[in-house]
Design a protein. Structure first.
Length: 228
């Protein structure tokens, strides 16, 4: 379960996470601090979207968040991840009214974040050029991530998409053994578990990976890169 909003972040914590902190006036820093809260989520918790409302503008202190979209039929596809030290404004449609799609966030690991009230952040962005510039720069960067996913879905065969995913997970975790299930991969890629299982077995038969319960060991990284 998600912890209630009980702790106000210190100025030092805000200065560490907010790149525009020293560029805005003291009065606006005070207002922002009054409307910020430290929140904790356990792995698997929903943070925002899918009926959970708008948490606000999120700055992640620790852990990892998954940003995804869900169809009316319940199919999911991962668009990007938010890692420690990063921000996510693209999910805050309450801040950016130009965003007309529902982007959800869930905690992949136990996470701690600072959430800033969307109304306050929106007011400050209107009068502080540094906050406005930061907001739109962040939105553009995340939108680029989303377009990369759409490019894969539209123009890549599934074996290439799966190879890209496995290589990305290797780079993200730093380990040749991935603790992930076929069902989790299917949710990340917006596919059916049966399709993922069939392709993973093909990769295993080609000597690219080794499969065990809940784990995938990448045996031939160069072979996966060749597929991509």
């Amino acid at each position: 379960m998600t912890a209630p909003d009980t702790r106000i972040p210190s100025d030092d914590q805000l200065a560490d996470l907010l790149p525009f902190w020293t560029d805005i006036c003291p009065a606006d820093r005070d207002e922002l601090a009054r409307h910020a809260r430290v929140r904790r989520f356990t792995a698997g918790d929903m943070v925002q979207g899918c009926g959970y409302g708008c948490t606000g503008v999120i700055f992640l202190r620790s852990g990892s968040l998954r940003a995804f979209m869900m169809s009316d039929q319940g199919k999911e596809i991962t668009l990007f991840r938010v890692e420690a030290g990063e921000c996510c404004v693209l999910a805050a449609s309450c801040v950016l009214p130009q965003i007309t799609f529902d982007l959800a966030l869930s905690a992949e690991r136990d996470s701690e974040l600072i959430a800033i009230d969307p109304a306050c952040f929106g007011r400050l962005a209107e009068r502080e050029v540094h906050i406005e510039a930061f907001t739109y720069r962040q939105a553009l960067e995340r939108f680029s991530d989303c377009m990369w996913v759409m490019q894969q879905v539209l123009f890549m065969s599934f074996d290439r998409r799966l190879a890209v995913f496995l290589l990305d997970e290797l780079a993200r975790t730093g380990s040749p053994t991935l603790a992930i299930t076929h069902d989790q991969i299917a949710r990340h890629l917006g596919s059916a578990r049966e399709v993922v299982t069939r392709m993973l077995r093909y990769f295993a038969s080609e000597g690219l990976i080794a499969l065990s319960r809940g784990r995938i060991e990448v045996v031939d990284r160069a072979g996966l890169r060749a597929l991509v």
